[in-house]
Design a protein around this ligand. Sequence first.
Ligand code: G4P
Length: 531
Amino acid sequence: MSYAEEIRKRRTFAIISHPDAGKTTLTEKFLLFGGAIQTAGAVKSNKIKKGATSDFMEIERQRGISVATSVMGFDYNGTRINLLDTPGHKDFAEDTYRTLTAVDSVILVVDCVKGVEEQTERLMEVCRMRNTPVIVFVNKLDREGKSPFDLLDELEEKLQIHVRPLSWPIGMGDTFKGVYNLYDRKLYFFSPNKTRVSDDMVEISDLDDGMLDEKIGKFAGQLREDVELIEGVYEPFRQQDYLDGYLAPVFFGSAVNNFGVKELLDTFTRIAPPPGGRPTDQRVIGPAEKEFSGFVFKIHANLDPRHRDRIAFLRVISGKFERNKFFHHVRLDKNLRFTSPVNFLGQDKNLIEEAYPGDVIGLYDTGNFKIGDTLTEGEDLQFQGIPSFSPEIFKELINTDPMKSKQLEKGIQQLTDEGVAQLFTQQPGNRKVVGTVGDLQFEVIQYRLLQEYGASCRFAPVNLAKACWLTAGDKKKLADFLRVKAHSIAHDKDGNPVFLAESDWVLRMTIQNNPDIQFHFTSEFKTAVTA
Ligand code: G4P
């Protein structure tokens, strides 16, 4: 197969949803269609179960699962599909954001009873930032939910994206009859069945056809009215609008009953974008470039406590990755080769010889990688758009076993390389402030430092509300600022100065009083914050 064909046949995407909307169920059905798994129940939910013994034990369980489900590759009708998993818990939102940098499109699952929930909105904000194409799957139509028109309004309003239904439900809950596909003009009949692989369907190209009344009786009139309204109100579906992230096609179905899933998958393979390019500090690099490049968006460490093994997940952007070939690690300015890179087919890891744009590969790592690292065939460039965000919760890390300071130091460095949290060091005294987006991470860090590094610690509260990265056109002005504000300055892991603000008010005042200094909410320094 030629290089161009390899790229054309790939689709790399993620399924995202608020917990419980049906992401795991839908993922499982996709894998069944792709032949990647044989039985239902093979995919374990990665959400933190409520009422579990303790949250961090649950996270360990989840961590074990999520290495197996981080990437699920399968072939479907000649398309190579790479489905990337995202964590289910909101405290791991940053992990999800990073995973979304590695996909070319997403399927968003919404529960028809609950509508658009909080986490759905946050995830969608990230998609909008990068104009990621989105297909919406409204799930659980076997339950009595909100009216489909209300759901569409809610999607448009809360997700700030135009929508266009491509299928339309007939009845709902106990009266759910099926869906009419507005794109291929077929009527799909619903019957609760968890194992079915193909839908019971008739083609009805003209809704005035008497067959419609024969098939769905009194629901026929309502469907005709609804479809007329849809055609009148919503813009026609244009693939380009979807690819531009301007319009999201919407499907209705029931994942657990495997209803509407095949239709969704078929449409997805037809309209979703093949592997795209990504901006670097030099230019946008796309798959048409033949020289290899890619970036690390996720690191999994210490899965086996007996070995310090880590897997770095790398998304290939251009060129061909080859086993045993030397590639350039830009940040370290070092050439590395990989003797046992893996890909993920179904639930298995397989040694690979080569990989193409769109693929996600696992590289065994002995500590060379951090999230955001770029590998190339020699060129010095850095992929953009994988920033650290300003954390929301801060605590001071206190060593409770002075004999284990070295282990603690190493452990916290490695865990923050993985992106579990951010580390800011303050001088004098080497004071370590850990910043996260959720409370759960502190438990995770404490637990993992002890289990994996034998280092015990506790977290002390600190009075901080925001961390901002700092730059200035005039180096001397920055140095002056750092000196005057020394008590509020720390350094991130890469040595960049960071202003730690006690409150939003303090931050606002500091910004106002220091017009020569730029304050940034992400480590990528793209958007400065002004007072
Ligand atoms: P998540 O990954 O988005 O968190 O959701 P997940 O797939 O785990 O689904 C959450 C719950 O919703 C599960 O029930 C699942 O069976 C159910 N579900 C998924 N799709 C549908 C659907 O189309 N209709 C209905 N009625 N339910 C659906 P659970 O009771 O939490 O778990 P389980 O014991 O059934 O596995």
